[in-house]
Structure formats: structure tokens, C-alpha cells
Design a protein around this ligand. Structure first.
Ligand code: BTN
Length: 230
């Protein structure tokens, strides 16, 4: 694993994209201690408090372009596995579709995946020492001794391991591992889509990773992009 450690950067995803364009190898990780314009999904700003983890991993997946969306779920499972190693066993880890990570019901980390040409950037932010209002962070949940650098190695190692599995065996095991931690599976959820808002029972994920929502009239709706409310 090649780690590029920076004191300050605008966004680790932007830095990783630049070096990937210039040929940086798969497995290269950009780590910054400070981010001045961290980005979240759907154009949101990512509050980047100093002491938290900001990392972006370059991958060059050999999978079919149509399957690239599955990388969201793979990354979320990898992050959950790495965090399970360092959190007290009493902390509940849930994955909220498509790739938020909740600890005891509150957001503690976010994943922003961006693809270009033959590479993908997996950007991960983990709240370690602080979090904006409404969110949570690792130290508040009893992970006293966690260090950003060690966590980065754990997460990047797990993404790399699962990416190997994904390229060899496909999405099935990753989908099952994600569902085993899914937030509100079998319960009513509200999904906010670009054009409409749908409320129904969260039945599962289809083979591509799209959300299956059972509507009040019994029909199954497939939601491939959007956001669900906590
Ligand atoms: C989200 O939940 O909206 C995704 C947040 C992703 C934040 C991380 S921090 C490291 C990387 N660099 C960025 O600018 N964003 C991601």
C-alpha cells in the first residue's frame, strides 16, 4: 500500500483524481490531516473537523463498467469491518443505503465514490474526535485509543481484500454482508429521489445494488439512486 500523507488539502478525492490521471497505481491512498473543501455526496459539503480521518483510495477495477455502483456497498462493508475491530462490542454498526455508516443510529462516516476513465476514487471520511450536530464520532463511543493512521490502514486493507473478492467472485457475498448490517431492513423507510419521495417497506437489494421498496399497494419499486431518511 502506497500512502501519500498530506498536512492540508482541499479534498483528498480531488488530489487522488489528479494523481490517478497521471498514472498512480491502484492501492495508492491519499491521507490528509486537514481538508479545507471536503465534499459529500449529492454536492454537499463534508464538515472536516481536524482530528478526523480523510482518505481517498485509488482503485482500477477489472469489473464491468455497469457493476461499478457495487463499489459503494463494498466500501461500506469494508469500513464497517474495520470499525468493528476497534469499537466496543456494544456499539451497533448499521449501513444505510446506499453507503452511510451509522453507529448507534447516528452518522459517523461517509463515503464518496467518483469514477473516471479506468479508475475509481473511494473517498472516506470518519468522525474520530468530533462530529457536526446530529452526527457521532468514535471517541464518544468508547474507541479511546483509535489513531487515524491505523484506522486508514485497516480500512484500505479491507477495501483491497473485498475488491479482490469482488473481481473474482462477483457481488453476491458483498451484497449479503451489506444486508446483514442494513439499517431498517424489513421496516418502513422514506426514500427521497431526484423527482419524488417514496415511502414503503425496505425489502432488500437487487443484484445491482438498487433498493427494493414494497409500496402500500404491494408492488415492488426499484430505486437506483437517491437518499433515505434516518
Ligand atoms: C457523504 O456522506 O456525503 C460522503 C462524505 C465523504 C467525505 C470524504 S472525506 C475524504 C474524501 N474527500 C472528500 O472531499 N470527501 C471524501
Amino acid at each position: 500500500m502506497n500512502i501519500i500523507e498530506l498536512e492540508t488539502v482541499g479534498s483528498t478525492n480531488d488530489h487522488a483524481r489528479q494523481i490517478a490521471r497521471a498514472g498512480a497505481a491502484a492501492g495508492t491512498v491519499v491521507w490528509a490531516h486537514e481538508q479545507t473543501s471536503g465534499r459529500g455526496r449529492q454536492g454537499h459539503h463534508w464538515v472536516s473537523l481536524s482530528g478526523n480521518l480523510f482518505m481517498s483510495l485509488i482503485l482500477r477495477p477489472k469489473t464491468a463498467p455497469a457493476d461499478i455502483g457495487q463499489l459503494s456497498f463494498l466500501s461500506a462493508v469494508a469500513l464497517a469491518n474495520a470499525l468493528e475491530e476497534i469499537l466496543p462490542a456494544t456499539v451497533r454498526i448499521h449501513l444505510k443505503w446506499p453507503n452511510d455508516l451509522l453507529l448507534n443510529g447516528k452518522k459517523a462516516a461517509g463515503i464518496l465514490i467518483e469514477t473516471e476513465g479506468d479508475f475509481a476514487i473511494v473517498g472516506i471520511g470518519v468522525n474520530i474526535t468530533g462530529a457536526p450536530k446530529g452526527a457521532t464520532f468514535l471517541k464518544a463511543l468508547g474507541a479511546e485509543k483509535v489513531e487515524a493512521g491505523r484506522l486508514l490502514e485497516g480500512v484500505a486493507g479491507e477495501v483491497d481484500r473485498l475488491a479482490g473478492l469482488w473481481e473474482k467472485e462477483g457481488f453476491q457475498d458483498i451484497r449479503e454482508a451489506w444486508l446483514a448490517r442494513a439499517y431498517k431492513l424489513g421496516e418502513e423507510i422514506t426514500a427521497r429521489l431526484p423527482q419524488q419521495t417514496l415511502t414503503g417497506i425496505f425489502k432488500g437489494l437487487d443484484k445491482s445494488g438498487a433498493l427494493q421498496l414494497q409500496m402500500p399497494d404491494g408492488t415492488l419499486k426499484i430505486v437506483s439512486s437517491g437518499e433515505i431518511f434516518i
